[in-house]
Write a protein that binds this ligand. Structure first.
Ligand code: ADP
Ligand code: ZN
Ligand code: ZN
Length: 733
């Protein structure tokens, strides 16, 4: 047995990751959480290594007090992954470890749910005891009779049925014994579906065969409704058959009861569910089931990539383009990068799927980093539903200033008249709103960056989120001199009211942040809609993801342009993805569907290509544009953000940092496509002032430069200023 154990103490953001030596009281497995004396305190830590020698004086070393759990929490492959996270995202090992266990465990707030079960010690003794009972002891007699019949039952149930006193007396007299049982809470337990014995189509089978032949990285580009879920399930089945485990990631929002029910139907209790809507207890129990190997398939949102699966055989990421795979709060990580690494460590395949792959991912497929597999047809062989573009400028010119165009009104009426369902989509991404001319569709752009300016109501100005340039708000369109300008966007509530006004008596459901805040809120709304309790569903991004509603024949997109003018280099791409995903909701079953898209810039290429469902042309055009203008995936955008409640301090730290980056840029000549320093577009959040250094790097030396940037952060560390490095951030606020 080894004598010493190296322990990482669980202290937040201790980048130094100091490892402390302790004496092992007895053999404890590496990866176990332990309690250790630390100074005058007792702290939690992770045992990361066992050795026979210590560099320290053994007499002065203290002893590990005891293990916290009776199981290993950081398994070997997870430890490898933690090291990668540390290096890649510049976080401490301890911060990485935290990703691997339910947060509630660390705070000690969850425990196993224990249930007390009563049973009879010995039938003969019990019968004799019963015979000797006084005639008035009817309740005790009843309990005994019951237990003699059923053998055992939960104390809580017996107490509820016969009254608490009766059982207690029997327990006191040792006629009835009690034992404790661990109960595993099962989220959405009521959900199940009949297994559907689908036979894979030729296309699906081809994809499954290709992937199962060779371990590697795959991208399935399949149109909406091409049956990707069946492919994932077939692959998971093969993985289980080989005695291995799998992780299936889906965007948080599309973890619908349908997905869960489908997986449960196919794989039963071997499925564990991991997402943020679980209660602390449920999450802990599901995590335990995975850890103990009782659950072999994890279905979950992005953090499920850290699940304690043993013998991992497959990772699937559905809707891989989805923004929720990027963690934008600490620790910041990109799920796909993490998944690539985990697949590499475990020697298993990684399968990404989407109808609209992220431009970066598709680029990787084009250059051969991923095997590309295409599914061009829907399962039912139906063509994609026609997408009609409505010019809202023309509507305004014709005197219609309402939310709905004449076309959308007519189609909505037809849909309601024929008893079908409609979905109305409000495009709401982030907080950004822009200024736009209602007559000609003109949107002001930054002179330096060619990105749309964002309107800041707070200080009544237009700002560029890329270089932070400020512009005055104007009251007359510089192009056509119209005074008919509009700010911002319509809300879901407004749309609901409009529908109720136009079509009295219509049942409308609304799905947005307000209506889904309670537990399982969005599940409830979706199932109501599915059950036909309403004819129209109005919603934001939430209604877009992977839902299958057979009766939906009309999809209306009220303000497609909203996401187009976000100041992010991905704005056009996101718009294309959104439209394709929304459109994919229509006409999935036998009924023909239709999409009406309202825009003020009907001739924009994104709408032309989206209406033809032409992903490839869109990819080519967009990639070409990015390459010419030096944006990702051809460069990397890096933002280093400083924030502090002391404005001068934030400003000065940023300035000092900028100067060192300038020196760095001289050493890496030609690698910096852009380098600038400024106040952040949103200059103050929660009373913290924000300043930033923004840069774009060529790819060749970018990894090296980013390591240097992290190092500079460490070197310039000051009290009361925090510093974050973000790589290709999705939004710059
Ligand atoms: P995607 O995820 O590619 O948008 P889905 O996996 O939701 O597509 O599949 C669309 C529909 O087709 C679903 O209702 C699914 O049950 C059905 N489906 C998939 N594969 C088959 C098959 N081989 N035979 C019959 N129906 C299928
Ligand atoms: Zn104009
Ligand atoms: Zn600019």
């Amino acid at each position: 047995m080894a004598k010493f154990g190296k322990v990482i103490i669980d202290i937040a953001s201790s980048l130094v990751d100091k490892v402390f030596d302790y004496i092992l009281p007895y053999d404890i497995e590496v990866g176990t959480r332990v309690l250790v004396p630390f100074g005058r305190q007792v702290k939690e830590g992770y045992l990361v290594e066992k050795t026979d020698v210590s560099d320290y004086d053994a007499d002065k070393l203290k002893q590990i007090i005891k293990p916290i759990d009776d199981f290993v929490v950081i398994k070997k492959d997870q430890f490898e992954l933690a090291k990668f996270l540390k290096q890649k995202y510049n976080i401490g090992l301890c911060d990485s470890f935290r990703l691997f266990l339910p947060s509630e465990m660390r705070t000690g707030k969850v425990k196993e749910l224990v249930s007390k079960v009563a049973y009879i010690s010995d039938d003969e003794t019990a019968k004799a005891y019963m015979a000797n009972l006084r005639s008035t002891a009817t309740k005790q007699r009843a309990v005994l009779a019951y237990l003699l019949e059923v053998g055992e039952d939960k104390c809580s149930k017996i107490n509820a049925q016969f009254g608490a006193g009766a059982l207690k007396k029997l327990i006191d007299d040792r006629i009835v014994l009690v034992r404790e049982e661990t109960v595993l809470r099962k989220p959405l337990a009521e959900l199940s579906a009949k297994p559907n014995n689908v036979v894979l189509t030729k296309d699906q089978q081809r994809v499954v065969d290709t992937i199962s032949t060779k371990t590697g990285k795959y991208l399935i580009h399949g149109v909406t409704g091409s049956g990707k879920t069946e492919i994932y399930m077939a692959l998971m089945k093969k993985t289980l058959d080989q005695g291995k485990t799998g992780i299936m990631l889906v965007p948080e929002i599309s973890l619908t009861p349908q997905v869960v029910a489908n997986f449960r139907a196919r794989f039963g209790d071997e499925v564990a569910l991991m997402h943020s809507a679980l209660s602390a207890g449920e999450r802990f129990d599901e995590w335990r089931r995975i850890l103990l190997g009782k659950a072999k398939i994890v279905v979950g949102a992005r953090s499920a990539i850290f699940s304690p699966t043993e013998n991992l055989g497959l990772i699937v990421i559905d809707e891989e383009h989805d923004g929720s795979y990027t963690s934008e709060s600490n620790p910041r990580y990109h799920t796909i990068e993490v998944a690539e690494k985990r697949a590499e460590i475990c020697g298993c395949s990684l399968v990404l799927g989407s109808a609209t792959p992220d431009l970066e991912t598709y680029h990787k497929a084009i250059v051969g980093e991923y095997h590309l597999l295409e599914l061009k047809e829907r399962i039912n062989k139906k063509p994609m539903p026609p997408l009609e573009i409505v010019d809202m400028c023309a509507e305004v010119q014709n005197g219609n200033n309402e939310i709905f165009s004449e076309r959308l009104k007519t189609e909505l009426k037809n849909t309601l008249d024929t008893g079908n369902q409609a979905m109305i989509f409000i495009n709401r991404r982030g907080y950004a709103s822009f200024l736009m001319c209602k007559d000609c569709g003109y949107v002001p752009k930054c002179q330096n960056c060619d990105t749309a300016l964002v309107y800041h109501k707070h200080d009544n100005a237009l700002k560029c989120h890329f270089c932070s340039a400020r512009y005055k708000v104007f009251s007359e369109c510089p192009e056509c001199h119209s005074k008919n300008l509009k700010f911002g966007s319509v809300g879901t509530q407004q749309v609901v009211e409009e529908i109720e006004k136009l079509f009295p008596g219509t049942k409308v459901l609304r799905m947005d942040n307000d209506t889904t805040s309670q537990k399982n809120g969005h599940y409830k709304i979706l199932s109501q809609f599915r059950d036909g309790k309403a004819q129209v569903l109005v919603g934001t991004q939430m209604i877009v993801k992977g839902h299958d509603f057979p009766a939906v024949t009309l999809v209306g997109i009220v303000d497609a342009d909203q996401s187009l003018y976000q100041s992010s280099y991905t704005a056009t791409e996101r718009t294309f993805q959104l439209i394709t995903q929304v459109a994919g909701r229509a006409g999935r079953a036998d009924l023909q569907g239709k999409i009406i898209l309202q825009t003020y810039v009907p001739r924009h290429y994104v709408y032309r290509l989206a209406s033809g469902y032409d992903y490839l042309s869109f990819y080519k055009k967009e990639a070409n544009l990015r390459e010419m203008t030096n944006f990702p995936p051809f460069t990397k955008i890096v933002r280093v953000l400083f924030s502090s409640d002391d404005e001068e301090l934030a400003k000065n730290s940023t300035k000092v940092y900028y100067d060192s980056v300038k020196d760095l840029s001289l050493k890496h000549s030609g690698q910096f496509v852009y380098l600038g320093v400024s106040k952040s577009p949103v200059g103050r959040i929660q009373n913290k002032y924000r300043y930033q250094v923004l840069m774009r790097l060529k790819l060749e030396e970018s990894d090296d430069i980013i390591t240097q940037l992290y190092r500079l952060c460490e070197e310039n560390k000051k009290n009361n200023v925090s510093c974050f490095v973000e790589i290709n951030p999705q939004s710059l606020s």
